[in-house]
Structures are given as structure tokens and as C-alpha cells.
Design a protein around this ligand. Sequence first.
Ligand code: AMP
Length: 280
Amino acid sequence: MEIYRELAGLRAALEAARASGREVALVPTMGALHAGHIALVEAARRPGTTVVASIFVNPRQFGAGEDLSRYPRKETSDIAMLTEAGCDLLWLPPVEQMYPDGFATIVSVSGVSEGLDGAARPGHFDGVATVVAKLFNQVRPTRAFFGEKDFQQLAVVRRMVTDLDVEVEITGVPTQREDDGLALSSRNVYLSPEERQRAVALPRALGIAARAIRGGSDSAKALDDATAALTAAGFEVDYVALVDAETLSPQPTPGRRRQLLAAARLGKTRLIDNLAVDLG
Ligand code: AMP
């Protein structure tokens, strides 16, 4: 796997790949990689495709008092995992490369960014949209892969790509989970062993609520029950919401798919998860 930390080198390598007829696929990450990230690399791999992963802990998507300074960094094992997964190229830009002195542009996607995590983490999705727009311009992929684990992020990226006519096809990859159902996340390392055991309440509460709503139960009651189950497990709940899977509007349009989304804190760790209500 080739590794680049400087834009000119990255661009030259990708120009050469494109000139030889290869397609370029991008998997953006913040590192501390796990099997969820590797599923994205595997989805991106295809004959004739150069798979680029990026690792950049983007300061602009962390709010004041969030975990930027303690976010896990594991460059050596990340490189080993990406090499093993068959990733061709790793883009590892330093912060000064992404945000040089004088940087003054923000990409802000209204609507789909505003509720849920957008409300709980002001400015977060501006940071995400800005860095993803930059990555798209730096790498110029024809395909890019994002996890459904970050469901709202995926919706924000899709909206931005449509609105800005970015020539990239976005693929959402299903959430990879531990055996007990907890979604894999770089932030799971923050959980104490005891919190890790209680964390399973999050996917369980979503599963129970999704089945109840699917079965015709009152959705407000299902959301209340999920919130109560999370609180009983020791979570502080930010939100449990049923939304339109495309617009993330809390008033799902009849006939359109619905998604359950939740965010909750266990001690100092904030976890998110989501589940499709309408299957098939
Ligand atoms: P992150 O490094 O947390 O910014 O995540 C980088 C990409 O990996 C994002 O598109 C995430 O949605 C995706 N991702 C993170 N965790 C998972 C998971 N458990 N399953 C699938 N994709 C994931």
C-alpha cells in the first residue's frame, strides 16, 4: 500500500492510476480502524479499481468539550489492517495540509443536518461536509463508501453530492456489529468492561422498538419504551427518534421507508446506532 501525506504526491499517483484506465474509490475514515471500516474497503474493492482510504481526525467535526484530544490514534495497526484488506493507497494528510492558515470556507447542508446529532452537536455536520467535500476534490473518486452506522452523516453526504453536482456515486455499507449486537465503533474503547456489558441495551432497545412499530404498535409508545429501557441500563439519552430514512424528517412520508435513530451517553462515552423499520 502506498502512503501519502502531501497532496501533490497523492494527486500524481491518482493521475497515473486514472491514466492507466483505473477507477478510483474512496473510503474516508478517522482511523482507529475496526472491522466496520474494513467492510467499507471490501465493498470498494473491484477489479480495475484503485481503493484509497483516508485517515484524518477532523478537528472541525468535534465540538468544544468533545473528545478530539483523546480520540484514539493507531497509525501502525491501521496501516497493517488496510494493507491486509487490499487497500491500494492511504491518504494521511496533516491538519495544516487540510486547513492551512487563512482557510475560510464552510460547506453547510441545511435540513438533513439540523435535527438529531446536528442538534446535539452544533457545527458537527458542517465539519463533516467541509472535510468530505475537500476529500472528494483531493481524491476525485468515482465511488465513495460510507457506513450506515453514521446514518445522518450518510444522508448529509448524499444531499451535498446531489446539490453540488459532485460526480461520485455514494454507497452506504450496512453496520458491522459485535456478536452481542453492539455496533463497532472506534469510541467503544472508551467503555469500561462494565459499561461495555450495559452498552448492548442500545441495539436491543432499537430492535424491540423496530419490531413493535413494524408490528403496528403506537410508535410514540415504542420510542418511550426504548428511552425507558436505555435509562434503566444507565444511559443518558440524547434522542430516540423515528424518521423518514431519506430526509430524516420526523414526519415520515407514508409509503417511504422509516429509520429508528438513537444517541445516548454511557458515562463519558456517547454512542449512536440506528435500525431500519421497514425491511425489504
Ligand atoms: P469514522 O472513522 O468513525 O469516522 O468512520 C469512518 C467510516 O466508517 C464512516 O463512513 C462510518 O460510518 C463507517 N463505520 C464506522 N463504524 C462502522 C460500522 N460499525 N459498520 C459499518 N461502517 C462503519
